[in-house]
Design a protein around this ligand. Sequence first.
Ligand code: AMP
Length: 116
Amino acid sequence: MSEDCIFCKIVAGEIPSDQLYQDELVTAFRDISPQAPVHLLLVPNRHFNDFGEMGDEQGELMGRIAQVAGQLAAQEGVASDGWRFVTNIGAHGGQEVLHTHFHLLGGRPLGPLLAR
Ligand code: AMP
């Protein structure tokens, strides 16, 4: 756990979230400021500042994240129409919270990946 990390505190249950899933590796909850009808965040329980910090020792964790993402997409009703799964890294990537997280977005056509 990293001091003063908001997502570490959500994982630990120290601050509230609209949690949808938790196991020993991964926690998923609704984004507090949704950008789409379905906007979930999937986070590793262990603190990494960003995705680029996670080496090949995190294979089991990444496999679990893929499995949980698919499961939640189905549960949220977006699996058949499609969804987006994205992680932002650093300043140019638009990362605001320094704890690796994956946005699961869907429920409407999401348009191009980047604003033109
Ligand atoms: P990023 O810009 O990729 O770092 O995304 C951070 C995301 O975290 C944003 O979409 C925020 O709305 C979301 N967020 C920040 N604080 C909370 C919180 N307490 N609970 C749920 N989502 C949050």
